[in-house]
Design a protein around this ligand. Structure first.
Ligand code: BES
Ligand code: ZN
Length: 550
């Protein structure tokens, strides 16, 4: 199936292995060096994806290269005519300071405040902004890299560390899983194969929060077969990281906003770990089938949580997600409520709604309930074994489903909006446990149930009792600040500004700006805050908020 989000031509010439040699310049906000691409097959022409790359030279080409016009979403195709017999090309290039897949942080934006930090975020189609590559999830590559980072900073990648600055990933992965981070990073081991990388001032708290990670790997292995990537480490980034987590192989990237102190938000780790099977081992061939990555992963996340923390907690998490899906679906156009979604003319990041995640997970949950856990688990394991290290389509999923469950019909799930009549309902009764013992989700549930027209005076009395305005829990802070905007609760304004200047996680930032722009005074406040906050945001978050304020 052709990938509408890539200009590349893997049918004619396919990149199989990438060798990177890159120097990191914080002063110029640039990566500079070369990517050598090994091809099989190698035809007459090689087309690569690029975005805002400054291409200096291509070795191995006959007639040089041409860079096509820049498309807003797709970037510019780099076309290289290959001399007969050519098996590899070396592209010398540098990135732009505005590369959409890189964020360059100044020392004050880090926890330690003494050193700068760089990290990449390649999913969905941002790898092309820092590597000239066939940037399609259907093109799997192995890679090795040499990263020249300034002393005393540490470079990390989504790969095995051969020795400091030298990396190798022998398993073929789609380009969106190539990742790099450079900063003042310290390591703390959790088990033989798991550990935490983070700013030296954060690493202890992070290691305590994520102490169960080895247990999680073992639980997942028990269900779906061996963990195939060697190490499983986590890199805790500064709060400007635009997502909750990113499943970069060997090294999940995570937001520090899940460090709540009580491990109540560690399902994020279960989620990113689950991608080691659903996503990294078996990948959507194009972004139309993103649900194969995220729906399977959300389902497995629940299974890992159940194995470690029990059925009650995993059902609570599932019920909350189902509520969020139903709420979001009311506002989504019908086309975006299908699992196999049409992204023609759009940025694939637009497909990141609750639909692929939760509707996808509900489909697997339905199959589990219908055929029984034993049979369904065996089928899921066979799915991973059959498609390991491949990129597949929804049609291939259906075909493999029919091999075992011959009568099953999932067309409605894939191609119709809304939830089909056979969708399971996950329910959970929030107990009236004493509030002092509540975990994050219980607080959030209680806050969301408060009347929508709560007054500023009532907010004030809640604040005197619980001091929500100054909570260190980002989930609770974000919910409270949303309510503060609605109730025009002025004592929260300094905290609102401070929160939006430090935290760049899109899930928190977007609803707060959406809510502020609903009134003229709010819009003025939003603009004033954004002026200060924007320089610290990741390009992805900047694009989102630019859209709200334009
Ligand atoms: N792979 C996604 C993040 C992603 C998706 C980045 C699409 C870019 C484009 C990651 O696994 C994810 O789903 N993260 C979630 C957290 C998760 C617990 C639902 C997030 O960041 O919100
Ligand atoms: Zn995910």
């Amino acid at each position: 199936m052709p990938d509408i989000h890539s200009y590349s031509n893997p049918q004619e010439s396919r990149v199989r292995h990438v060798e990177l040699d890159l120097a990191v310049s914080f002063a110029e906000k640039k990566l500079r060096g070369a990517a050598t691409l090994f091809l099989e097959p190698a035809g007459k022409t090689l087309v690569l994806d690029t975005r805002d790359l400054n291409i200096q030279r291509v070795n191995g080409a006959t007639t040089g290269f041409t860079l096509g016009p820049r498309d807003k979403f797709l970037g510019s195709p780099l076309t290289i005519e290959l001399a007969p017999g050519t098996r590899s090309v070396m592209v010398e290039y540098e990135t732009s300071p505005e590369a959409s897949g890189l964020q360059w942080l100044e020392p004050p934006q880090t926890a330690g405040k003494r050193h700068p930090l760089l990290f990449s975020q390649s999913q969905a189609i941002h790898a092309r902004s820092w590597i000239p590559i066939q940037d399609s999830p259907g093109v799997r590559v192995t890679y090795s890299a040499r990263i020249h980072a300034p002393v005393p900073l540490t470079a990390l990648m989504s790969a095995h560390i051969v020795r400091p600055g030298h990396f190798h990933l022998p398993q073929p992965v789609p380009p969106y899983l190539i990742a790099l981070a450079v900063g003042d990073l310290q390591f703390q081991a959790i088990s033989k194969r798991c550990g935490i990388w983070a700013d030296p001032t954060v690493v202890k708290d992070a290691a305590r929060e994520f102490e169960d990670v080895e247990k999680m790997v073992q639980a997942a292995e028990g269900l779906y077969g061996p963990y195939r990537w060697g190490r499983y480490d986590l890199l805790v980034l500064p709060p400007s990281f635009p997502f909750g987590g990113m499943e970069n192989p060997c090294l999940t990237f995570a937001t520090p906003t899940v460090i709540a102190g009580d491990r109540s938000l560690v399902s994020l780790v279960a989620h990113e770990l689950a991608h080691s099977w659903s996503g990294n081992l078996v990948t959507n061939a194009t972004w139309r089938d993103f649900w194969l990555n995220e729906g399977f992963t959300t389902y497995i996340e629940r299974r890992i949580q159940e194995a470690i923390y029990g059925r009650r907690r995993s059902e609570m998490e599932f019920a909350i997600e189902q509520g969020e899906l139903e709420k979001e679906m009311k506002e989504l156009p019908p086309g975006d409520q299908k699992l196999a979604i049409d992204l023609t003319g759009r940025d694939p990041d637009d497909g990141m709604t609750q639909v692929p995640y939760v509707k996808g997970a509900l489909l697997l949950r339905k199959l589990e309930e219908k055929y029984g856990r034993a049979k369904f688990d065996a089928w899921l394991r066979s799915y991973f074994d059959k498609f390991a290290f491949q990129s597949i389509t929804s049609e291939q999923f259906v075909e493999h489903l029919h091999a075992t469950f011959t009568e099953e019909n999932v067309d409605g799930w894939l191609h119709q909006p809304g939830l089909p009549p056979d969708a399971p309902r996950v329910t959970y009764d929030f107990e009236t446990a004493p509030r002092r013992t509540w975990a994050t989700q219980e607080w959030l549930h209680w806050m969301r149930e408060l009347p929508a027209n709560i007054s500023a005076a009532q907010m004030g009395s809640l604040d005197r009792e619980w001091d929500f305005t100054h909570t260190g829990n980002s989930e609770i802070a974000a919910q409270w600040l949303l309510m503060a905007i609605r109730a025009n609760y002025e004592p929260a304004w300094p905290r609102l500004e401070q929160f939006l200047i430090t935290v760049g996680r899109r899930k928190f930032v977007k609803p707060l700006f959406d809510e502020m722009v609903k009134t003229p005074e709010g819009k003025a406040r939003a603009q004033a805050i954004y002026k200060k906050a924007r320089p610290g945001y990741h390009p992805i978050t900047q694009a989102t908020v630019d859209g709200i304020l334009k």
